[in-house]
Ligand binder design. Structure first.
Ligand code: GDP
Length: 461
């Protein structure tokens, strides 16, 4: 299906979430928005009204009549008019704020459709905003992230991307690269005369600068990914170490079933937790035994191993009262992402065991030390990096394009070392520009290169 089909239509949709609210909004966008709104709005004639104005009135069905033969009354509303291009989509937009009952909103939507609008497809408003130059692709994607954000860090990353921080960074890189592409391609036109417009030393500098910045953006993806998808945490420990109890303490509610019988937490349950605005996904695992004869338990151990493998952070929970202190051997490779937690310290006598300094002592049952553990989890996952105002890449598509761009930059650098000619270099430069353009949706590289050449050198004067 053509993604651009039906672009000239006026679209309508309920813009507020499903469910009952005090108010709900139907949004119309397109050339006929105001015309269509006038067919169902009883109040002032909207066609004559200025942009960014609000009008009180009633919505009626454009065709159906009531018993008295008058147009069927649907709701008392407030209508806001935004005339393009000063609107979210860049087109004429009408927002009808009605009473927030799903039934009423559906009736208003139906009335709009009968009056000439069509149902909007998912993301169509933002797509139009992009096509009308109100947002670039990275920003459009940020809108989707912002709508889906459920933690402060997610919201921060999406907002920053929306404000253009990310696109701004990339835009600067792109301009510099276009500049050099223009100079190098210009040389090709004068190839008989053996001139070099593009200073190779400056170009070399630009390329290493670009590589450093792209590599920074690539690194930020790990953090960005964490923000977007949450930090996965595996709680691992022997049966009865207190894993379920710790899970409850972390979540502050009685979610998992706690039991005295060793090995009762057999199902893997996933719960989310918000620490300082960062989302953590807790995976409760089955009890761990290195050797077992119990069929179900061994499935549990296999699952624990898989969880440990894929988790960003492992909480290794041990019971300080347990005389058996044999370490879990298969956890050794994951030492870097493991936080050792000593549980049941409420049972320790003052003369009790020496507690290892890097471990965190808690009592899951009495909710002691749990806040310190949360802080440690936060530090381990994001540390101080999250506070930086730098651009964060949260999108796999961007990551892919940046990786490809990095490959092209490496090829350019390699080519320069081997003193490749301009025509060969320009292939890799164009490739790098292409991937950069893929992120922001500006891929008309040719036109830009030409624009720079003519703008700067006035060839053909
Ligand atoms: P799991 O098998 O690792 O999930 O362990 P549970 O969370 O089911 O806990 C096993 C037993 O240890 C239960 O009786 C808990 O009440 C108890 N327990 C858990 N944490 C603590 C603690 O901090 N102090 C004490 N005294 N008992 C605890």
């Amino acid at each position: 299906m053509n993604a651009l089909a039906g672009l000239g239509d006026t679209i309508a949709a309920i813009a507020t979430p499903p469910g009952i609210g005090a108010i709900g909004i139907i949004r119309l966008s397109g050339a006929d928005s105001i015309l269509i709104a006038d067919k169902i709005f009883k109040g002032k004639k909207l066609a004559g009204q200025k942009s960014h104005t609000v009008h009180f009135g009633h919505i009626v069905h454009p065709v159906l009549k009531d018993d008295a033969g008058d147009p069927e009354l649907i709701d008392e509303v407030v209508v806001t008019i935004f005339r393009g291009p000063k609107s979210y989509t860049g087109e004429d937009v009408v927002e009808i704020s009605g009473h927030g009952s799903p039934y009423i909103l559906q009736k208003i939507l139906e009335a709009s459709i009968t009056a000439g609008a069509r149902n909007a497809k998912a993301g169509e408003y933002t797509q139009r905003a992009f096509l009308n130059g109100k947002l670039d692709l990275a920003q459009a994607e940020a809108v989707a992230d912002l709508i889906a954000a459920d933690s402060r860090a997610q919201q921060h990353a999406a907002l920053q991307q929306l404000r253009g921080g990310f696109s701004g960074d990339l835009g600067k890189l792109r301009d510099q690269l276009i500049n050099f592409a223009a100079l190098i391609e210009l040389e090709l036109d004068f190839s008989d005369e053996d001139v070099e417009f593009a200073n190779r030393e400056q170009f070399q500098e630009l390329i290493s600068d670009l590589r450093a910045r792209v590599s920074g953006l690539l690194d930020s993806f790990r953090l960005g990914n964490v923000i977007k998808n949450g930090v996965s945490v595996a709680i691992i420990g022997k049966p009865n170490a207190g894993k379920s109890t710790l899970l409850n303490a972390l979540l502050n509610e009685e979610r998992a079933i706690v039991s005295d019988i060793a090995g009762t937490t057999r199902d893997t349950i996933e719960e989310t937790l918000n620490i300082n605005g960062v989302l953590f996904r807790l995976i409760d695992t089955a009890g761990i035994r290195e050797h077992t004869t119990d069929q179900i338990e061994s499935i549990g151990i296999e699952r624990s191993k898989q969880n440990a493998e894929k988790a960003h952070i492992i909480l290794l929970l041990t019971d300080v009262t347990d005389p058996d202190t044999t370490p879990i051997r298969w956890l050794k490779p994951y030492a870097g992402k493991t936080i050792t937690v000593l549980n049941k310290t409420d049972q320790l006598r003052p003369s009790g065991k020496q507690i290892s300094p890097s471990a965190i002592a808690i009592s899951a049952k009495q909710n002691m030390g749990v806040d310190i553990l949360k802080q440690r989890m936060y530090d381990k996952a994001v540390g101080t990096t999250i506070k930086t105002e730098n651009s964060i890449v949260t999108n796999a598509r961007h990551y892919e394009a940046l990786s490809k761009m990095m490959e092209s930059l490496n090829a350019i650098e390699e080519g320069m070392k081997r003193h490749l000619t301009g025509d060969l270099l320009s292939i890799d430069i164009r490739r790098a520009l292409h991937y950069l353009g893929e992120i922001t949706g500006q891929v008309e590289v040719d036109r830009d290169i030409l624009g720079t050449i003519f703008g700067k050198f006035c060839i053909g004067k």
